[in-house]
Design a protein around this ligand. Structure first.
Ligand SMILES: [Zn+2]
Length: 255
């Protein structure tokens, strides 16, 4: 499926929809970052598909209860692909949409920070699953840059505690088994109800509640364009459905 290309007619139809947008909301998932070398979790070559034990280790209960799980997590964080990954043509296409003055908001399930690195205004980026670029204390909510914590790990701390209260630190991401941040998901749903076009890119649209952005937008009268390598759980809502390589399709969409 990922190798197929949408027809010229479909591309033109999607291009017309995006071109006419005045308040575009873009919703992105792991598929937009795989070209940057960031592996996804649940895809055919996903981290958790190939190694189910890693999914278990990422569970928040294990993380909070087992210092060894945390020590292993800190070692993994030293080598997170996001530190060196560069934005790709898909990310740059969304920056172009913002430059054209069309972008109302960018809702992302990704935690890699590549939209901001590509040049999107951080104030418009809604990270529903958090970010690896910050740490948060589980007890007092103190938030600091990940770089500070990684410096402490390199200096020999296997499980660096919160500098304010001594509590458990983790990346400011939503782990498996952890609740979403209500204000963040509310904002994502609100902007979706307030857009004239919703463009979903690189997401299977099967993780809730963020997948609800699509029917919410549709019910509010927006047109929906879906771009993905494979079928999604929300294809029935699409006015235009484009299946193929995101890095090829997105630049053509915004040209
Ligand atoms: Zn703390």
């Amino acid at each position: 499926m990922a190798g197929q290309r949408p027809t010229t007619d479909l591309l033109a139809a999607a291009n017309n929809v995006v071109d006419a947008a005045e308040r575009l909301v873009v919703l992105t998932g792991a598929g937009i970052s795989t070209d940057s070398g960031i592996p996804d979790f649940r895809g055919p070559n996903g981290l958790w598909t190939k190694n189910p034990a890693a999914e278990k280790a990422s569970n928040i209960e294990h993380y909070l209860s087992d210092p060894q799980v945390r020590a292993a997590a800190w070692q993994n964080r030293l080598h997170t692909p996001a530190w060196t990954a560069e934005p790709n043509a898909g990310h740059r296409a969304i920056v172009e949409v913002e430059r054209q003055g069309k972008l109302h908001a960018l809702v992302t399930q990704n935690i890699d920070g590549l939209h901001q690195k590509a040049g999107n205004d951080p104030d418009r980026v809604i990270e529903v699953h958090g970010t690896v670029w910050w740490t948060r204390c589980w007890d007092c909510d103190d938030r600091r840059t990940m770089a500070d914590a990684l410096d402490r790990v390199r200096s020999g701390e296997t499980d660096p505690p919160c500098l304010v209260c001594g509590g458990i630190l983790k990346s400011d991401t939503i782990s498996f088994g952890q609740a979403l941040v209500p204000d963040v998901i509310d904002r994502a749903l609100r902007v979706s109800e307030d857009c004239d076009v919703l463009l979903a890119v690189g997401s299977t649209l099967s993780v809730f509640p963020v997948a609800n952005c699509v029917p919410r937008a549709k019910a509010a009268g927006a047109r929906v364009v879906i771009v993905n390598g494979d079928a999604t759980a929300m294809d029935q809502y699409a006015d235009v459905l484009l299946t193929g390589r995101i890095g090829d399709i997105l630049p053509a969409l915004v040209a």
